[in-house]
Design a protein around this ligand. Structure first.
Ligand code: ZN
Length: 158
C-alpha cells in the first residue's frame, strides 16, 4: 500500500534525518492499515493535552508536561490503526505486536516495551539525548531548530 498524504504531512514535521526511515516504516504500516495519529507536538499543544482531564474536560491522555515528551522535539510518532470505515481504532490487540516489531525493524524504540506505562502506538528515537537535555537546549531560544542542530552535531546515528 502507498503511504497516505496525511502521513507525508506529519512526517515532514519530524526531525529531518528521521523522515526517510519514518517513510519506510509508514509505507509498510499502511499494509496493516496503521497511520500516524500524532507526530510533532509543540509545547503549546502539549500544554493543552496535559490539561485535558486535569483542568479541562475529557480523559487524561498523557502524563507528560511540555518538554517531557519526545513528541515535543519531533523525534516521536504515535501510529494507530484505522477500521474499515476509516476511523481510528485502538481495539485490535493482536495487531500491536506486529506493528511494534515493524517499527523496531526500522530502528525505532517502541513504547510497547516501556516499563510502567506501556504506550503501544508510540515510536521514537532519542539519538543519545535525555529529555532534560533537549528541554534545556529548546528552552534557551524556544526554537526546535536548535534541538535539531544539536542532534546533528552531537547525537549518535540511530
Ligand atoms: Zn507517543
Amino acid at each position: 500500500m502507498k503511504i497516505s498524504s496525511d502521513d507525508i504531512v506529519k512526517i515532514n514535521q519530524l526531525y529531518p534525518s528521521m523522515r526517510e526511515d519514518a517513510k519506510c516504516f509508514l509505507c509498510e504500516a499502511a499494509d496493516l492499515n496503521a497511520f500516524i495519529f500524532s507526530g510533532l507536538r509543540t509545547y503549546e499543544e502539549q500544554t493543552k493535552l496535559y490539561s485535558q482531564g486535569r483542568t479541562t474536560t475529557g480523559d487524561i491522555v498523557t502524563n507528560a508536561r511540555p518538554g517531557q515528551s519526545w513528541h515535543n522535539f519531533g523525534i516521536a510518532m504515535d501510529v494507530v490503526f484505522k477500521n474499515s470505515v476509516g476511523e481510528w481504532t485502538w481495539d485490535d490487540k493482536e495487531m500491536w505486536d506486529e506493528l511494534g516489531k515493524l517499527g523496531e525493524k526500522h530502528r525505532f524504540h517502541w513504547g510497547g516495551r516501556f516499563r510502567g506505562f506501556v504506550d503501544l502506538p508510540h515510536f521514537d528515537r532519542n539519538y543519545g539525548f535525555s529529555l532534560e537535555e533537549l528541554n534545556e537546549i529548546y528552552s534557551e531560544h524556544e526554537q526546535l531548530s536548535d534541538v535539531w542542530t544539536a542532534i546533528n552535531n552531537y547525537g549518535f546515528k540511530a
